[in-house]
Design a protein around this ligand. Structure first.
Ligand code: PEP
Ligand code: MN
Length: 337
């Protein structure tokens, strides 16, 4: 449930409501807006007497939160959240562009790509050091060595860095080298990994599972936040449908739906959702127009020779052309880029 306090209620009234709730072994999450404070309550609400609560001074209204996700719920936190990672702020007013190779292949390759994406306006370098591949015989990633290259690329370019993690061991390594960790589509409901990501305290990019509903996705985010880590960003990367003309189907409508249901920032990945470099620019623009807070785009110095996801990777020229074309879209939706 949420307790909505009267506009401009004073600290003392807010604290007495908070203490009443805490006395009954329930958890409290405060959202302090410009005028209104909302007290979110998590736990078995049968323990408290709603009439007593409603009669407390400055309590305006008590509303049930019927959704199973609470901390990710917009009702708990009506203002959109901002997530900070490295030198970058993801959230309202900005368009965050994360770009880089699907997989970190070598230090030279990563440096070349880092310089090119930075020049074209990206603020984040992406690069997979642990690759969850469909086939066990495909390139699996450079692991910790790849993370070290990410750290070096950050030192040289100042870009913030993000890398996918697939295990507790990978999280423990990633916290030493990168600014943000990514939970991939295949692990969206790996609840042990979600909890560990929550405990790591690192900002987390949570990709949507291949066949996950928005509600399942928000519950996955709840697992991370429930560990005390509110720094979660959602990433739509296409879902599996009957359509085979694209690798996945970009569910662009998830952006307005998520904006209604959650305060968490949302970014669009036009690379994995289409599977072809040809469709990436249109879907990137659609994502910005729909209200996304950012984009994650695969870029490679030589897509034809990439060790993974070459067909969907943009060349440096195509990426620079796309970012220049995105600027007018950003102006229309009032986002800095
Ligand atoms: C990736 O970002 O390289 C990746 C594997 O993405 P997804 O989990 O969306 O397939
Ligand atoms: Mn990829």
């Amino acid at each position: 449930m949420i307790i909505i306090m009267k506009p401009n209620s004073n600290e003392e009234q807010i604290s007495s409501v908070v203490s009443y709730v805490r006395q009954h072994d329930l958890e409290v999450h405060l959202s302090t807006g410009k005028e209104v404070t909302i007290i979110g309550v998590v736990g078995n609400k049968d323990k408290i007497n709603p009439e007593h609560l409603a009669s407390m001074k400055d309590v305006e209204r008590i509303l049930p939160v019927t959704e199973s996700y609470k901390l990710a719920n917009k009702k708990f936190h009506p203002e959109p959240s901002t997530v900070k990672a490295g030198n970058t702020t993801i959230g309202p007013g900005n368009l965050t562009i994360m770009a880089g190779p699907c997989a970190v292949e070598s230090e030279e390759q990563l440096m070349l790509i880092a310089r090119a994406v930075k020049k074209a306006g990206a603020t984040f370098l992406r690069g997979g050091a642990y690759k969850p591949r469909t086939s066990p015989y495909s390139f699996q990633g450079l692991e910790e060595e790849g993370l070290r290259y990410m750290q070096n690329a950050k030192k040289e370019t100042g870009l913030s860095t993000i890398c996918e993690v697939v295990s507790l061991e990978a999280i423990e390594a990633a916290v030493k080298y990168v600014d943000m960790i990514q939970i991939g589509a295949r692990n969206m409901q790996n609840f042990i990994l979600l909890k560990e990501a929550g405990r790591s305290g690192m900002p987390v990019l949570l990709k949507r599972g291949l066949s996950a509903t928005i509600e399942e996705w928000l519950n996955a985010a709840e697992y991370i936040i429930a560990e005390g880590n509110p720094n979660v960003v959602l990433c739509e990367r296409g879902i599996r449908t009957f359509e085979t003309a694209t690798r996945n189907t970009l569910d662009i409508s998830c952006v307005p739906v998520l904006k209604e249901k959650t305060h968490l920032p949302v970014i669009i990945d036009p690379s994995h959702s289409t599977g072809s470099y040809k469709y990436v620019p249109s879907m990137a623009k659609a994502g910005v127009a729909a209200g996304a807070d950012g984009l994650m785009i695969e870029v490679h110095n030589n897509p034809a020779c990439a060790l993974s996801d070459g067909p969907q990777s943009l060349t440096f020229e195509k990426f620079a052309k796309l970012t220049s074309e995105l600027r007018p879209f950003c102006q229309l939706v009032e986002r800095d880029f």
